[in-house]
Design a binder for this molecule. Structure first.
Ligand code: SAH
Ligand code: SF4
Ligand code: F3S
Length: 462
């Protein structure tokens, strides 16, 4: 999914919980939104299991349904509302009742409004309230009233909670290292839904990574909304954190997401160069190609700063693969400004991009100060143009891979065929290849023979 070269809506990555144990009351969890939410659901599962709740992946068998939600764009919220309507209908029909909870970013954004509008929601819990979930569930069960905790913390990092890895391929794992965001980009709701930035103590992160390696994991993606501004209380900053994780095992690959251009230092780039297991790949969201729009977006860099950064990355780490996020149709975007995004994309030649139409979010700086004045059809047309360009560039970049040999970390059978395996290159490109006798988690040397704009095809070298 991470490699799909179409408009990528984060809510598509809906996941369910594997049945793990049969506790007193069983909980079904569904996740919308970004990787942080996927990681948070693993924390929620851990909190609930420790308290004796059972987890089920079959919602019809559940007494409690919890949706871990996303508020990043309006369509993300609409999808959750439709799902809530479905569960409310089930609740009415089910003789033993059904407890319905809204967790995560939408819970934080809408708070009590969610209870007023959606009368049958029993639990509302924001991203910093997950330790309180067992209490909230007990409270609503006992009183029949809704239970709410949307308190945002300055210190919660869930550092001591060992996430329950479910729906896992046993090879790749997410490790959350910081929470919140202090950047206040004009378009973005995240600072409102996730609160202030705070970093988790590095020793607990190293410990978690070491345990993953012991359990056979071969890749970690270190997560934070602005992950490269990480700095813990003992003064460990992000480059050092990555460096230390990379020393745990040479068989462990390290990626991270999402990095902000303002914190992408030479020191960080040097860690990519010096440590072979820190992948030669960075997701570096640019958002727009025009300096004036970037200023309106409050991104704190100009087009020229960004281009210089890309050049530095490519000088320090030759062959580094880059991907990005782009917003089209932001407030006041002119045709000429839009063309600057296209020209930046053509200049940088990303391997991959997530591309979105601007969606106004209440409370944000943009919602308060600017007019969302680019008509829907214009946004759509501009989005189509950037997607078309990116598909072409991705395909051309992939073509140059044909004949090359890559070290691919085997993740499991490919989606389309059990006869084939899939895994990713160091540069984060998905490769589908013939099924030699390879176990999940093994590294294979694969010669690339063909490609689409989204996937490489290859054969294991003998
Ligand atoms: N912390 C990350 C972004 C997290 S949100 C960063 O700063 O890069 C993921 C992406 O959603 C953003 O990069 C942006 O491209 C997009 N996005 C955020 N708010 C949006 C909005 N209001 N409308 C459309 N896209 C948005
Ligand atoms: Fe949102 Fe900007 Fe923070 Fe990313 S850096 S989460 S876009 S405010
Ligand atoms: Fe969505 Fe919250 Fe992530 S708004 S993108 S789930 S931080």
């Amino acid at each position: 999914m991470l490699h799909q070269l179409t408009v990528m809506d984060t809510v598509d990555r809906r996941r369910t919980v594997e049945s793990e144990s049969s506790g007193e009351r069983s909980v079904y969890l569904e996740t919308y939104g970004c990787q942080m939410n996927v990681s948070d659901t693993e924390i929620i599962a851990s909190v609930l299991r420790a308290d004796g709740f059972g987890l089920t992946r079959d919602h019809t068998a559940a007494d409690i349904v919890l949706l871990n939600t996303c508020a990043i764009r309006e369509n993300a919220e609409q999808r959750v509302r439709r799902r809530l309507a479905y569960f409310r209908a089930r609740k009415r029909k089910r003789s033993s009742g059904l407890t319905i909870g809204v967790l995560g970013c939408m819970a934080e954004r809408l708070r009590h409004k969610l209870l007023e509008e959606e009368h049958l929601v029993d639990i509302v819990a924001g991203p910093d309230a997950y330790r309180d979930l067992p209490n909230l569930l007990r409270a609503t069960n006992e009183t029949g009233q809704a239970a709410v905790n949307v308190h945002l913390s300055r210190s919660e990092t869930y550092a001591d909670i060992a996430p329950v890895r479910y729906n896992s391929n046993g090879v790749t794992a997410f490790v959350s290292v910081m929470r919140g965001c202090d950047n206040m980009c004009a378009f973005c709701v995240v600072p409102f839904t996730r609160g202030r930035e705070r970093s988790r103590a590095s020793d607990t992160i190293l410990e978690e990574c070491a345990r993953l390696v012991e359990n056979g994991y071969r890749e970690v993606t270190v997560l934070g909304q602005n992950v490269n501004s990480y700095r813990d209380e003992s003064g460990v900053a992000f480059p050092e954190l990555l460096y230390r994780i990379s020393l745990i095992s040479p068989t462990l690959r390290i990626r991270y997401s999402t990095s902000h251009p303002k914190d992408c230092s030479d020191e960080l780039l040097s860690v990519h160069r010096e440590r072979p297991n820190v992948c030669n790949y960075i997701h570096l969201p640019v958002q727009h190609g025009n300096t004036e729009v970037l200023r309106r977006m409050r991104r704190s860099y100009t087009r020229e700063d960004y281009v210089t950064l890309v050049e530095r990355a490519r000088t320090i780490c030759p062959g580094i693969s880059l991907s990005t996020d782009i917003i089209t149709g932001f407030c006041g975007e002119t045709e000429e400004e839009h063309r600057d995004t296209l020209s930046l994309m053509a200049h940088v030649r990303y391997d991959h991009a997530y591309m979105f139409m601007y969606s106004e979010r209440p409370e944000t700086y943009a919602a308060r100060k600017y007019v969302d004045d680019v008509p829907e059809e214009v946004k759509k047309r501009r989005l189509t143009e950037i997607i078309r360009l990116q598909n072409r560039i991705s395909y051309e970049n992939n073509r140059t891979e044909i004949g090359r040999v890559h070290t691919v970390l085997t993740e499991g059978p490919s989606r389309r065929s059990q006869e084939r395996l899939c895994g990713r290159t160091d540069s984060n490109k998905m490769v589908v290849f013939d099924r030699a006798q390879l176990k999940n988690g093994s590294y294979a040397r694969v010669r690339i023979t063909d490609c689409t704009s989204a996937t490489l095809l290859g054969e294991v070298c003998t």
